[in-house]
Write a protein of this length. Structure first.
Ligand code: ARG
Length: 398
């Protein structure tokens, strides 16, 4: 029986050419799989038919938007996941979602190998291959661009030579990856890190400098899960989509950074994640009110590690799974409302309320009604500072 390869298919030039390229290179039949994580653009059925027209023996499309929101974006929100304190992991979250569908398709179609269109320089190749081998250790992985030197020029030549039904002309100056959680833009003139991004690179957000009326939103969380906006129940997907529109209209969630890729290269990235940044900002604030101090302090370390693991492509790893258990436990009391103003590129929290609040007005107040016995602090500080004081006596004497 002819071997089969499952290809992660986007419908674009590179992965369309990959179909025939893989067939020629390996003699295998290619099954194309496209996964909708809310990237927008073309109709999935158009993409499916194109895969068949380009020589795939089978083509499948999966609407994974809800799954992506519930199983991948939600854990990131609960983890306040920001790689290098800034990047909400947009692409890093979609890859494991796609991997899951690729592995399912490989089993269903009896494929021995999974292929993807990544280059050999980025994180996405790692996310695909480490993900696939964690879910199905026996599957092989190939990346034609990296492994068979399928350059852009050669891809265009292949496309024209075989008369594939793909436009080879409209080449974007950027490499763009987008999904419902955000958008990543790299390459082109952005590779000069002194060049500022032009308005052209943004699609999910309006220019924050444009004068406009502020918007105010109340986000309700239940155990760390966003469940309502302005009192109207929403799914996680709807929360992200609606906040993409509302926060995006005020330019919230634009990020311009130089980041450390796993492969060791520093790269310039421009991101926009209006819904993601609004939700994480609100979620962080609700945690400040509802999570006990020691748990909150420790969770910050967990969040950083979680973000690095996910960035590095280890979504399906034992440590990431165990940290998810911790985060779920820590989210037990993260319920309540956050009010925020969306304006001028920022999502600013202006109010919080929660049945689970640990904020005690009578302890915090400086007015009458203060129930805190200030005299207790004197002895506390004496003991708390004792070891430093003893050391200081020794060190200052020398
Ligand atoms: N650097 C980002 C990341 O590693 C974005 C990658 C986007 N991928 C792409 N093919 N443009 O998550």
């Amino acid at each position: 029986m002819t071997e089969r390869v499952v290809l992660a298919y986007s419908g674009g030039l590179d992965t369309s050419v990959c179909i025939g390229w893989i067939a020629e290179e390996t003699g295998a039949e290619v099954v194309a799989v496209a996964v909708d994580v809310g990237q927008g653009g073309e109709d999935l059925d158009v993409i499916r038919k194109r895969a068949l027209a380009c020589g795939a023996v089978e083509a499948e499309v999966a609407d994974a938007k809800e799954e992506f929101a519930d199983e991948y974006c939600l854990p990131a929100i609960k983890a306040n996941a920001l790689y290098m304190d800034r990047y909400p992991l947009v692409s890093a979250l979609s890859r494991p979602t796609i991997v899951k569908h690729l592995v399912d398709a490989a089993h269903k179609h009896g494929a021995t190998t999974v292929a993807h269109g990544c280059t050999g320089k980025g994180n996405d190749q790692v996310r695909f291959e480490a993900g696939i081998s964690s879910l199905a250790p026996d599957l092989k992985c190939i990346a034609p661009v990296r492994d068979y030197a399928m350059t852009r020029d050669k891809a265009i030549a292949f496309c024209e030579d075989k008369g594939l039904p793909i436009a080879t002309s409209k080449k974007s100056p950027y490499s763009i990856d987008q999904n419902v959680f955000g958008r990543a833009v790299e390459t082109g003139f952005l590779e000069d890190i002194w060049n500022g991004p032009i308005e052209d690179v943004y699609e999910y957000t309006e220019n924050p400098a444009t004068p406009r009326e502020a918007d105010e939103v109340i986000i309700t969380f239940e155990k760390g899960v966003p469940v309502a906006l302005d009192g109207k129940p929403v799914s996680v997907l709807q929360a992200i989509q609606q906040l993409n529109d509302r926060a995006g209209a005020h330019g919230v969630g634009r990020i311009d950074m130089v980041e450390d890729r796993l492969v060791g290269i520093k790269s310039r990235e421009v991101y926009e994640s209006p819904g993601g940044i609004a939700l994480i900002t609100a979620h962080q604030e609700l945690e400040s009110v509802t999570v006990e101090r020691e748990l909150a302090r420790f969770k910050r370390q967990v969040e950083q590690r979680w973000s690095e693991l996910v960035y590095d492509g280890l979504w399906f790893s034992p440590l990431k799974r165990a940290l998810d258990g911790f985060i779920d436990e820590a989210s037990e009391h993260v319920s309540g409302d956050i009010r925020m103003t969306l304006h001028g590129g920022r999502a600013v929290v202006t109010g919080r309320r929660s049945q689970q609040s640990l904020y005690d007005f009578n302890l915090a107040t400086y007015d009458s009604g203060d129930t805190f016995d200030q005299s207790m602090s004197k002895g506390f500080i004496e003991l708390f500072g004792m070891s430093s004081k003893i050391a200081a006596k020794r060190d200052l004497a020398q």
